[in-house]
Design a binder for this molecule. Structure first.
Ligand code: LIP
Length: 276
């Protein structure tokens, strides 16, 4: 006998469709602004955790565009944005927004940056959209509905042995943390095919989802960095988590095709990838 409360869908198909449509349009508009409106003399507007943790005027403009678009259409929703958007909301839906994931890449004119928008219902991510305008790509997923790249279904790559796995990672903005991350990397690198450091967690997670990476891990991500990409990777068949038995978090985020994930996660635990 099914339990109607336990088995009740977290969210109706109609609400999922509405949230996905809004996230896709908001990401499209923000991506267009960022791609076409980038000033030639773009500079640093402010710094956060360190002198290299930067914010540009375009980060702020992108977040303003996204929150304005969404709040106009769903005024009761909550917000959590990297550049300060914060509202409790009363609908149970919260938007988790990285207006530019890969800010340093964007600042330097490198193409690997994205707009990442996730919708959470009662704390669970139910919709994720990652738009990478310079790649001409938008990835998306709805909880239980699979993952897509430019509306074509995507799946993780068939798992190679860890020694032949291409693994993405990233590094923090604090020198002491980077030193610890380099030590972990030094131990890991000889045990995998190679490492890629793209500079955008959202894109890295989408690359796991579509088979361009076998796995990805990083310590120190914020919810807005991984909320959308983690759902997209999971819906594409990846295993995602933090430390063993823990969900993806600031402490550690790991994603990969199941067999690669199962080999990588315990190794990262042994190497202490979860602490500085
Ligand atoms: C970035 C992450 C990336 C990490 C960078 C930075 P931001 O987010 O997506 O994975 O390695 O250090 O945190 O700051 O560009 O939104």
């Amino acid at each position: 006998m099914s339990d109607p409360l336990k088995d009740a869908p977290l969210i109706s198909g109609e609400l999922k469709d509405e949230l996905l449509a809004l996230a896709l349009e908001a990401a499209r508009r923000a991506g267009e602004l960022l791609r076409d409106g980038r000033p030639a003399d773009l500079g640093v507007a402010a710094t956060k955790s360190s002198p290299i943790d930067v914010v540009t005027e375009m980060d702020i403009a992108s977040e303003k565009l996204i929150t304005g678009f969404l709040s106009e259409r769903r005024p009761e929703d909550g917000f959590l944005g990297e550049e300060g958007a914060s509202a409790e909301g009363s609908s149970g839906v919260r938007w988790v927004i990285d207006p530019i994931d890969g800010t340093v890449n964007y600042l330097y004119g490198l193409p690997s940056w994205a707009v990442s928008i996730a919708a959470q219902k009662d704390g669970e991510t139910v919709v994720g959209v990652v738009a990478a305008p310079m790649r001409g790509e938008t990835s998306h997923a709805v909880l239980g509905g699979g993952a897509f790249l430019n509306n074509a279904p995507i799946r993780v790559r068939p798992a190679p042995p860890l020694s032949q796995a291409l693994v993405g990672t990233g590094f923090g903005y604090i020198a002491e943390r980077r030193a610890a991350q380099a030590a972990v990397l030094g131990s890991l690198l000889p045990r995998v095919r190679d490492i890629r450091r793209g500079g955008s967690a959202a894109i890295d997670l989408c690359d796991v989802a579509c088979g361009r990476l076998d796995a990805y891990y990083e310590r120190g991500l914020n919810p807005w960095d991984f909320a959308a990409g983690e759902l997209i990777a999971r819906e594409a068949g990846a295993r995602t988590a933090g430390r063993p038995g823990e969900p993806a978090s600031h402490e550690l985020t790991v994603a990969g095709s199941p067999a690669v994930f199962d080999a990588l996660q315990p190794l990262l635990e042994d190497l202490g990838a979860w602490h500085d």
